[in-house]
Ligand binder design. Structure first.
Ligand SMILES: [Zn+2]
Length: 316
């Protein structure tokens, strides 16, 4: 099945290329192969120091205790390690945060070669705090499309008043906010660790800042243990005018259900490249094409909604 040009609203720089420019070149090659005309490239800053300060063996024990029935027989190796060797488990997570870190500056620099094709989104970082994050982003105010909050990695609610200043900065650049929702691999699968990554908090923030588009990444459904964990809540949050959702790493059945129940005007295609291991960007596009929804809906999700949003923000 042939398809027209696509806009991918959720990609990252491939982590196997440490050099950001080489990573961007590889990304563009993959986008070309999948007929993606534009992509939103998102930074990842987990906040290693904040994580180390908060997460100790006792904290992990308590977090695991809450869902012992689920994880006691968990096939997820990193969770098993956490139960039996918490120190080693914590260390592995710190390594993950470091390995996958892509600072805002790196992403801006990497995409410079591809203006109008790649749009950089910066990352909040709890190690710096709001003022310092804004200071770092201000340098790129003409380039950034917006900012991403990872309530799992950042251990902060997107509706926290601590973030208001950052949202006002986003307002000032006519940008958007992307919020990771659901869980995250490893330790962040535990309810205690993903408790802030709920769509209802995105809705709260969005009501407070009606001029900023807020995007619920993963439709609240990301979880290896409980897929669809906050999916119903995402559909609820979508009722707020300035709340959008992306399809990245979402099981196609949930996307189909979302279109049936709430429509598709603010649903954006996202591949989450390169984080869906074993899937190409084209695979993710085909997942949308295979859905039992109208071809108008498919075109809107794969291209037109994103184009409208970029135009709304003066980026097209
Ligand atoms: Zn992602």
């Amino acid at each position: 099945m042939d398809y027209g040009p696509v806009i991918d609203f959720h990609v990252h720089l491939p982590y196997r290329y440490k050099d950001p420019i080489a990573a961007a070149d590889y990304l563009v090659k993959k986008l070309d192969e999948a007929n993606v005309e534009r992509a939103v490239v998102i930074a990842i800053e987990g906040g290693v120091e904040s994580f180390k300060k908060r997460v100790n063996p006792k904290y992990v024990r308590n977090a695991v205790q809450e869902i012992l029935d689920y994880v006691a027989h968990s096939p997820i190796r990193s969770i098993r390690t956490l139960i039996f060797e918490p120190d080693k488990g914590i260390d592995e997570h710190v390594q993950l945060l470091i390995e996958h870190r892509r600072r805002t500056e790196e992403v801006v620099k990497a995409v410079e070669k591809y203006p109008g094709r790649l749009y950089p989104v910066g990352s909040y970082n709890p190690d710096y705090g709001v003022d310092k994050v804004i200071e770092r982003m201000r340098v790129y105010r003409d380039k950034l499309l917006g900012v991403k909050i990872y309530p799992t990695l950042h251990c902060i609610s997107p509706s926290s008043s601590k973030l208001y200043k950052l949202y006002r900065f986003v307002e000032g650049i006519n940008g958007l906010v992307i919020v990771h929702t659901g869980c995250d691999p490893g330790l962040w699968e535990l309810p205690k660790m993903c408790r802030y990554a709920r769509p209802k908090f995105v809705a709260e923030a969005a009501k407070k800042f009606p001029d900023i588009p807020f995007i619920i990444a993963h439709m609240g459904s990301y979880s290896a243990i409980m897929p669809g964990i906050y999916f119903r809540e995402a559909l609820q949050a979508y009722n707020v005018d300035n709340v959008w959702m992306d399809t990245s790493a979402v099981d196609p059945l949930f996307v189909e259900r979302a279109v049936e129940e709430v429509g598709y005007d603010k649903i954006l295609f996202g591949s989450d490249f390169p984080y869906l291991v074993g899937f190409t960007i084209e695979d993710s596009i085909r997942d949308i094409l295979k859905l039992d929804i109208s071809s108008d809906a498919k075109r809107a999700i794969l291209h037109d909604n994103a184009e409208r949003l970029l135009r709304m923000l003066g980026r097209l």
